[in-house]
Every structure is written in C-alpha cells, then in structure tokens.
Design a protein around this ligand. Structure first.
Ligand SMILES: [Zn+2]
Ligand SMILES: [Zn+2]
Length: 247
C-alpha cells in the first residue's frame, strides 16, 4: 500500500487543500503526520487573543484592554458554561473550512482536527469522564454533504483528550436554513427547538465538550447547550475551530 501511495504521489504530487501549492516535504507536520495544508497557509491562521469575552470566548476585534463580557452575554447569560476557539474565522482558515464543508474536502479534517485537539488538551488538560459531542447535522443535510464536519473534528478531539465520543445522543430534529446571512436575532430563532437529546441517561451528570467547526454568534452552540443541560448535563464547554470577532 505504501508503494502504491508513493507511486500515486509521483503521478499526482500532493497539493495544499487551500492554496493548491505543491506540498513536497511540507506535507508532514511536526508529529510526522501527513498534512494537507502547506506551512504558509497554516502559519497564516490568526489565533484568538485577548481581549475576549470570558464566557463565550468571542474576541473583540479592535483595541487592547482586558477581557470583559460581550453585549450578548451581558444581555442574556448563555446556557453553556464556557466557549473557546483557537482561531479567528477569517483569511485562509475561513477558506480551509469552506473547502472542507462545501467542496467536500473531508480529508482536510485530518489537518484541522489535530489543531483543535491539541488546543483542547492545552485548554482542558486530561480530566476523566469528559464526553465529546459534535453539533449534529439534520439527516437531510448529512445526506447532501455526505459527512458531518463537526464529527470529523470531534473524533480528533476525543482521541486527543483520550475520552469518549458520542455522536448519536444529541440530534438535530428540525431542518433549518443555513445561519449565514441571518442577523443575530434570526439565528437564535432559526435554531430554536432544532435539537433534542435521545438518551438523557448517557448525558446526566456529565461534562460535555460540544464541538463545532465555526462559532459566529454562538446561537447554535447555545441551543445545543440548552437541551443538554435540560437532559441533565452538569457542564457544557463549547469548542469551535474558529470564531468570528466582534466588529
Ligand atoms: Zn497552502
Ligand atoms: Zn460573550
């Protein structure tokens, strides 16, 4: 198999999934794992930095100063306990996530997933009993796309944290239109009562790490957190690969 894959590499040299540059020696990361992103693309991802909202993790795009609650969290305390993301949703990371989701480049998850996993390990350490859950897609959307990008990322997070992955208990029961192009209010209404928990017993008393690819206003994560808490989850910590900054 290795010989065959080397032969294929000669015929079709691997290229960066984002900028299409030939990968060459760059196609391997520091852990010796295969990467589908070139080093310049990877290095361009902007990390989320303070000042940010201590609750939802949203960075304040401009200016310095200390962390402080954002207007949304002040107006209404979120159902989740905390939300964090390693990167800002912009530039080439935005392109990478678009390619993953809409150009069906599911293989990009094997480069993006470990980034989220190593952030999760640094953030959470390795406490026992965490339950990793991806934000689910509606079965209709899953059929259209062929995979759930959040589940692909969540697999890496669960293996990084050496903990359990549950992608069945939390379900999206209502088909909703995409959140893109909706205002913050419309997003909240759009996902309202869109999820349920099939097996409350599996969630009761647990600390859930809820994984999504992108957090914008956080309304999807918040609605998932609401039903998870209702089902008895002790704590819900949200983890997205990227999140938008406030204007
Ligand atoms: Zn590239
Ligand atoms: Zn906030």
């Amino acid at each position: 198999m290795i010989l065959l894959s080397r032969l294929m590499d000669l015929i079709y040299p691997p290229r960066c999934g984002v900028c299409h540059a030939f990968l060459g020696e760059q196609g391997v990361n520091h852990e010796g794992k295969e990467m589908d992103l070139c080093r310049p693309c990877f290095n361009s991802f902007a990390e989320v930095r303070s000042p940010l909202c201590p609750s939802c993790g949203r960075p304040f795009g401009s200016g310095g100063g200390e962390d402080h609650a954002c207007a949304d969290c002040l107006a209404k305390k979120p159902f989740f306990d905390i939300a964090r993301a390693p990167y800002v949703y912009e530039g080439l990371l935005m392109t990478a996530i678009h390619e993953l989701k809409y150009a069906r480049k599911s293989y990009l998850a094997r480069s993006l997933g470990p980034l989220l996993a190593s952030y999760a390990v640094t953030w959470l350490g390795n406490p026992d009993g965490l339950l990793v859950m991806p934000v689910p897609l509606h079965p209709r959307r899953l059929r259209e796309r062929g995979f759930n990008q959040s589940l692909l990322l969540a697999r890496h997070v669960a293996s990084g944290l050496e903990t359990e992955l549950d992608y069945l208990s939390l379900r999206r029961t209502r088909f909703t239109q995409p959140q893109t192009n909706l205002t913050s209010d419309e997003r909240r209404k759009n996902v309202r009562r869109a999820f349920d928990v099939r097996d409350a017993a599996g969630v009761r008393g647990r600390t859930v790490i809820l994984v999504d690819d992108v957090a914008t206003t956080g309304s999807t994560l918040n609605e998932c957190a609401r039903v998870l808490k209702k089902a008895g989850a002790r704590e819900v910590c949200c983890l997205a690969l990227a999140r938008t900054a406030t204007g």
